[in-house]
Unconditional design. Structure first.
Length: 202
């Protein structure tokens, strides 16, 4: 499968690129600073571009069967990627999100409520941006999945990933970047959470 990855130079993004290549996918990694992605592979193309460059984003998206977006709290970039996917006719969109984004299937949970309030107080712009990005994804006509996480860590992959919604006693606070990358990659072909916003953790 041909996958375009945004946010490919981050710690989780680099793991995602490696896992996708190891799985035999053809990867286009979109990078504002290509030098931050120290990878070479026959199936890897590094597309240099900014997140406000509509033409570069379109060219990166055009060959894809699916797009994975992990650029963080930059809702304008998310909207540009959605527009590019619409133009290119690419439907599958897997997006990194956070516990700051609510879902109707969630139930009240004090520990997640406290974490979201901390983020809202300490980083109000990031809190607002990630919610705005999620709204744009949900309003799109794409085959989207919003993958929500609370905290990331750099522990080794476990392969043990809990999936659910907040407040049901299933999902915990943290997941390793390696396990999150694996889950994101699995969603490219798995339609279980199509147009849904699962929360994940170890």
């Amino acid at each position: 499968m041909r996958i375009t990855i945004f946010g490919a130079t981050g710690r989780m993004g680099q793991l995602l690129v490696r896992q996708a290549l190891d799985a035999g996918h053809v990867v286009t990694a979109y990078a504002r600073t290509p030098g931050k992605l120290p990878l070479t592979h026959a199936n890897l193309t590094i597309a240099a571009g900014q997140l406000d460059d509509d033409q570069s984003i379109l060219e990166a998206v055009r060959p894809a069967d699916a797009v994975i977006e992990g650029v963080g709290s930059e809702s304008a970039a998310t909207r540009r990627i959605i527009a590019a996917m619409d133009t290119a006719g690419v439907k599958r969109f897997v997006v990194v999100s956070t516990c700051s984004v609510p879902d109707p299937a969630d139930r009240p949970d004090l520990k997640f409520k406290a974490l979201v309030q901390l983020v809202r107080t300490a980083a109000p712009r990031a809190w607002a941006e990630v919610r705005s990005a999620a709204e744009a994804v949900r309003a799109s006509d794409l085959d989207w999945t919003l993958v929500r996480v609370a905290k990331l860590n750099d522990k080794p992959a476990t392969g043990a990933i809990k999936v659910g919604h907040y407040g049901h006693g299933v999902v915990d606070l943290s997941i390793s970047r390696a396990d999150m990358a694996a889950f994101l990659l699995s969603q490219v072909t798995d339609e279980t959470y199509l147009r849904n916003a699962p929360a994940i953790s170890n």
